[in-house]
Design a protein. Structure first.
Length: 329
């Protein structure tokens, strides 16, 4: 029934559109014929284009004027049929009405309460279904939460999650300490235990032998068993040299190959070779290094810093005294 109504409307619209278009074309042809007969002939291409534009404009204007004729007044049968069509709601409308729980306006009289306050009457509406859905869903979630965390204990409580994270962080910290991630040229310390020195020897034999020899006697690189050092001796200087390398002389930066713990071990092994005097040792290169010279340098830097602090304090006291004198004046 609904489809028949729609088809009849479309057929009527199509029929009336054809009539209006035909009438418009006929009127345009008469108008353009009279206009062209009264004017001089123009170029063929230009006159054809002007004619097409004129016909198009006239058709648009005719449709704009006669469009209301395409929608005549509806018959009583069509009005009744349209009313029935409106009553047929879509699935979305039905679901929305069920969730909201609202009644149509024509049914609100049944919901009016008997109480009357100065002409104001209230509707006895029920709780909206969507609110009940939310409420019951929270009850279900609470039951699932209790069973999961407190009865079957398949989930972890916040304190248990915190403890697991702390434990994982401690494991990561131990791993970082083991690999020497916190060791750098400022905090490195000399190690002398046999396991560390043995590991440092393995690293030396695998990476340093081609340039420094099997006994660190020096080949392409300098002799590492005497007291002469090009870039400074001691654990911190050797660690820094191994870590950053000497690219100018062909020594790569071993920080990209070894971890800080391995650099500490191989530097400690090199220091343990001091004074071994291997055969075929290379001649001295650099300057004699001693731990006392480093200590003296550090002490001198400290004294310089102390003197600079004293000077700054004196200057501050002088400035404050001048300010007081200025205020008195």
């Amino acid at each position: 029934m609904k489809s028949n109504f729609i088809i009849r409307r479309m057929m009527k619209y199509f029929r009336q559109s054809i009539i209006i278009t035909a009438a418009g074309l006929f009127a345009v042809m008469i108008f353009t014929g009279q206009a062209m007969s009264q004017t001089a002939p123009a170029a063929a291409g230009g006159s054809d284009m002007q004619l097409i534009i004129l016909i198009s404009v006239m058709i648009v204007l005719l449709h704009a004027v006669f469009i209301p004729l395409l929608f005549p007044g509806k018959t009583p049968e069509e009005l009744a049929l349209a009313e029935n069509v409106k009553k047929e709601k879509s699935i979305i409308s039905v679901i929305t009405d069920k969730i909201s729980g609202l009644k149509p306006l024509d049914e609100e009289k049944e919901l009016l309460m008997s109480d009357d306050y100065d002409g104001i009457r209230e509707l006895d509406n029920n709780i909206p279904p969507w609110f009940n859905i939310l409420f019951y869903s929270t009850v279900v979630i609470a039951i699932i939460y209790m069973l999961n965390y407190h009865v079957f204990k398949t989930g972890k409580l916040p304190f248990e999650e915190y403890s697991d994270e702390i434990y994982a962080a401690e494991l990561k910290r131990d791993e970082l300490i083991r690999t020497g991630a916190f060791i750098n040229e400022e905090s490195v310390e000399l190690v002398s235990d046999p396991s560390s020195l043995d590991m440092g020897k393995k690293i030396f034999m695998a990476n340093c032998l081609p340039c420094h020899g099997s006994n660190a006697e020096g080949t392409v690189g300098p002799n590492l068993t005497d007291q002469y050092w090009i870039h400074g001796g001691g654990i911190k200087n050797i660690f820094k040299t191994v870590k950053y390398g000497v690219p100018v002389k062909g020594m790569i930066a071993w920080q990209n190959v070894l971890n800080p713990k391995g650099i500490q071990q191989v530097a400690s092994y090199v220091i343990s070779l001091n004074g071994t005097n291997p055969p075929n040792g290379k001649g001295p290169e650099g300057n004699i290094y001693s731990e006392s010279s480093d200590s003296a340098a550090v002490k001198n830097d400290s004294l310089k810093n102390t003197d600079s602090v004293k000077v700054s304090v004196k200057d501050t006291l002088k400035n404050s005294a001048l300010n007081k004198d200025t205020l008195k004046k």
